[in-house]
Design a protein around this ligand. Sequence first.
Ligand SMILES: [Zn+2]
Length: 273
Amino acid sequence: MTLFDNHNHSQFSFDGKRTSVEASAKSAAAQGLGGLAVTDHCDFFIPPVKKMQGNVVQEWFDVAKQQEEITRVQAIVPVKILKGIEIGMHEDCREEIRKVLADNRFDQVIASVHYLDDVDPYQGEYYDGKDWKEAYGRYLETIFREMIWLGDFDIMGHYDYIVRYAPYPQNSIRYKDFADLFDTMFTYLIQEGKALEINTKSYQGYRGREVLLDNEVLLRYRELGGEILSLGSDSHEPERVGADFDRFAALLKSLGFRWSAHYEERRLIQLPL
Ligand SMILES: [Zn+2]
């Protein structure tokens, strides 16, 4: 398998205590993956409620130290390791986001939204007083607004992250419900040569609830000319590296896609699926 796992967390992520660059690289090598990117969390925004609870955890990392560790592991594990970052977009932190990207050299940058409306969807409060359509639509709009502003990224991260923790029976972001928004986002990605992420963790199931990937979303992406897809496991444990890649690679092929993307020194590389 020549696939690259483009989304992995390590000990440099605030929630990466169960893994390490070395353990993940060894796991990727053992599975015969083409490579992996270490894309640690970098969120500068801290939700006010966490501050109130005194529950403030720094969710960014020391890029120099992380890259030093990647270089060390690269010398001892026979698999390509890419230097990455998952930058958490938030309008209150735009300058810090720009700065960390400008001050460092990465192979690839995933742009994601983890916090919006000043809250953390993971803790549930985001959904209060919203129906599914508003909750999901607002998330997509936020990704679009911030990624247009940022511009400096390679991969649009987990567009359906917001479904994973949602309280609604509606367990998928369907193309037909957000057709205009998807078209606008995809047109932008395609024109800019950026990748749409298939984040396999999103579909892993969470507290007994399954999240479904709507094939129509992918078919529309392709119809508009979208060919750049990034597979990411979003692993926080070495065993999760490359998780479900066989299944998703087969799905993508069945929908007419031919390539899986990754970026080296911010340059697009397409390998056959
Ligand atoms: Zn993320």
